[in-house]
Design a protein. Structure first.
Length: 108
């Protein structure tokens, strides 16, 4: 899936359902692949219980873990990282919205 399509899908879900969490995104990807939590957890290198907690929104995901999941699932890192950070902000009821931009390389 291309980055543009994934970002467009995220915008669609936001307008239809409100904000998409990383756990919801993971669950949607798992269900679209029609695989069990156990199989998906193995693919991600985590326990089934941890995946269940992520999907249910009971556990946060670190930025590093979000980037790792994106790489494993061949999804855009910026989308997964944005969702993980936004989840944390909302967890602590902080009134901010995340927007990522790729860091420009310095020319020496």
């Amino acid at each position: 899936m291309s980055t543009k399509n994934t970002v467009d899908a995220e915008k669609y879900f936001r307008t239809k359902l409100g904000r998409l969490t990383l756990g919801e995104a993971l669950k949607a990807l798992r269900l679209s692949d029609e695989i069990s939590q156990t199989e998906f957890a193995e693919k991600l290198g985590v326990s089934r219980q941890y995946l269940c907690d992520l999907e249910a929104g009971r556990k946060p995901v670190s930025v590093a873990k979000a980037a790792e999941f994106a790489k494993i699932l061949k999804q855009p890192k910026e989308v997964f990282i944005t969702l993980a950070i936004q989840d944390e902000l909302e967890r602590y009821k902080l009134p901010y919205t995340v927007s990522l931009a790729e860091k420009k390389k310095r020319v020496a």
